[in-house]
Write a protein that binds this ligand. Structure first.
Ligand code: PLP
Length: 442
C-alpha cells in the first residue's frame, strides 16, 4: 500500500468543509483511491461511486489520458501568469468550450471553482450595465432553493437559508424568485415536471416592484442540484428568457452541475433550447481532476467591454490561477474523452433506464418523493421527528460502511448522480445498494 493511502493517525487538524466534523472523526468515511466507476477505501474495500465524486467526475476516475496530460503539463510548465501573459492551452480550451456552447456564447473567462464562476458572472453583469451606460442596474435576482456556491455573491443570490443566515447581509440589492419545487403538484414526477412554468412569471412581479432599470441579472440553475435535484418545469426556462429579453435583464445559467453532460447535452441550455447571456461552469470541465471553473459569455457582452485605450485593462477581475496550465491540460484531455467516447450521448441513452430504476424505490420506508432528470435523481425521505437531516445522514453512513456505495445527501434527500460512463449494470447495482441502505436505516 502506498504512503498516500495509509490511514492517518490524527484526524483533528483538518477542518472539513460542509461536513459533520465530529461524527466523521468518530467514524471516518475515508477514501484512498479511485478507478472508473469505483472508489476504494485505504483498506481496499471497493465502493461504487453514485455521486461522480461531488457531481464532477463525469468521465470516470483515473482516466489514463487525463492523468498523462496533467503529468506532461506539470513537467513542461508548472505555472504561467494569467494577467497580461498567456499560454496556448488556455486559448485552446476556451475555444473548445465555446464551440460546445450554444448560440453566440463564444468567450470564456476562467476561474478556479464554481463559486468563483458565479461571483465572476455577477460582476460581469454589473460591469456590463456600467459600461453600456445603465449603471443603475445593480439588483441581482436569484431563486429560493438555489445554490450558487459560497462566495458572498453566490450566497446572496442563493436560496438556502442555512448557507446565508450566519454570514451577515452579503450583497444588499438582491431578490429571489420562488422555488420551482412543489411536492403536492410534482411528487414522483419523471423528468421535467409538467406543473410550474407559471412560476417564472414571478419575475414580472419582481420587475414591477423594483423596476427593470434597477435590475442587472437573473441567475438560476437549469436543475437545482444541491437542494436535491429539482428539475426545471416544462417551459419554465423559456419563459424566464422571454421576460429577461422584455426588460433587458441578463440571464445567467449556473451550469456548474448540469454542464458537461449531466443532462445528456454539453449544457442544459441546449437541452432546453434557451441561450442565456452567460453560463457558469466548473466540476465536469476537467472531470474533477484539477480545480477549474469559468463563465461563458455571449459575444455582445464581451464586445461591450472592448473599448477605451488598447493598453488598458478592460475588466478589473481575475485570479492567480485563472486558466492554470494543469487545469487546462486536464480540461483538454477531458473534452477529448467526452468527444471520443460520446459520453454525453451515453448519459442521454442511460436516462430512461436510470429513471426506471430509481423510481422502483417508491414504497420503501420513508420515501415521500423521487425526482430525476438526466443522470441525476433524488429520493426524498421524510425527516425523523425533530431531527431534520438525520435520516439522510444515516442512509449515507450505512451506504458507505455496509452497502459499498458512495452517495450524496441533501438534507433528507438521497442524491444519485454517478459518472456519465455508467451502464445498465452500474445502474442496477447502485439502485439495489441504495435501496438496501434505505431499508436498513428504516
Ligand atoms: C450550481 C452550483 N453552483 C456553484 C457551485 C459551487 O462550486 P464550487 O464548490 O466549485 O465552488 C456548485 C457546487 O456544487 C453548484 O452546484
Amino acid at each position: 500500500m502506498s504512503q498516500s493511502v495509509q490511514a492517518p493517525n490524527d484526524l483533528e487538524s483538518y477542518w472539513m468543509p460542509f461536513s459533520s466534523n465530529r461524527s466523521f472523526k468518530t467514524s471516518p468515511r475515508m477514501i484512498g483511491s479511485a478507478r472508473d466507476m469505483h472508489y476504494f477505501t485505504p483498506e481496499g474495500r471497493k465502493l461504487i461511486d453514485a455521486a461522480a465524486g461531488l457531481w464532477c467526475v463525469n468521465a470516470g476516475h483515473g482516466r489514463p489520458s487525463i492523468v498523462k496530460a496533467i503529468q506532461d503539463q506539470a513537467a513542461e510548465m508548472d505555472f504561467s501568469p494569467p494577467f497580461q501573459y498567456g499560454h496556448p492551452q488556455a486559448f485552446q480550451l476556451a475555444r473548445r468550450i465555446a464551440a460546445l456552447a450554444p448560440g453566440d456564447l463564444d468567450h470564456v473567462f476562467f476561474t478556479c471553482s464554481g463559486s468563483e464562476a458565479v461571483d465572476t458572472a455577477l460582476k460581469i453583469a454589473l460591469a456590463y450595465h456600467n459600461v453600456t451606460g445603465q449603471g443603475a442596474r445593480q439588483r441581482l435576482i436569484g431563486r429560493v432553493r438555489g445554490y450558487h456556491g459560497v462566495g458572498f455573491g453566490g450566497i446572496a443570490v442563493g436560496g438556502m437559508v442555512a448557507n446565508r443566515k450566519f454570514f451577515g447581509l452579503a450583497l444588499p440589492a438582491v431578490d429571489h424568485l420562488p422555488t420551482t419545487y412543489n411536492s403536492t403538484e410534482q411528487a414522483f414526477s419523471r423528468g421535467e415536471p409538467e406543473w410550474g412554468a407559471h412560476l417564472a412569471n414571478e419575475l414580472e412581479n419582481i420587475v414591477g416592484l423594483h423596476d427593470a432599470s434597477t435590475i442587472a441579472a437573473v441567475i438560476v440553475e437549469p436543475m437545482a442540484g444541491s437542494t436535491g435535484v429539482l428539475p426545471a418545469p416544462v417551459g419554465y426556462l423559456q419563459r424566464l428568457r422571454q421576460i429577461c429579453d422584455k426588460y433587458g435583464l441578463l440571464l445567467i445559467f449556473d451550469e456548474v452541475i448540469t454542464g458537461f453532460g449531466r443532462l445528456g447535452h454539453a449544457f442544459a441550455a441546449e437541452r432546453y433550447g434557451v441561450v442565456p447571456d452567460m453560463i457558469c461552469f466548473a466540476k465536469g470541465v476537467t472531470s474533477g481532476a484539477v480545480p477549474m471553473g469559468g463563465v461563458i459569455v455571449r459575444g455582445p457582452v464581451y464586445d461591450a467591454f472592448m473599448k477605451g485605450p488598447e493598453h488598458a485593462v478592460e475588466f478589473m477581475h481575475g485570479y492567480t490561477y485563472s486558466g492554470h496550465p494543469l487545469a487546462c491540460a486536464a480540461g483538454l484531455a477531458a473534452l477529448d474523452l467526452y468527444e471520443h467516447e460520446k459520453i454525453f450521448a451515453n448519459a442521454s441513452r442511460m436516462e430512461k433506464p436510470f429513471e426506471e430504476a430509481v423510481h422502483s424505490l417508491k414504497g420503501l420506508p420513508g420515501v415521500v418523493d423521487i425526482r430525476n432528470v438526466g443522470i441525476a435523481a433524488a429520493i426524498e425521505l421524510s425527516p425523523r421527528a425533530n431531527a431534520p437531516g438525520k435520516r439522510g445522514f444515516e442512509v449515507m453512513d450505512e451506504a458507505f460502511h455496509r452497502q459499498d456505495v458512495l452517495i450524496r445527501i441533501a438534507g433528507d434527500a438521497v442524491v444519485i448522480a454517478p459518472p456519465l460512463i455508467l451502464n445498465e449494470d452500474h445502474i442496477g447495482e447502485i439502485v439495489d445498494k441504495v435501496g438496501k441502505a434505505i431499508r436498513a436505516v428504516g
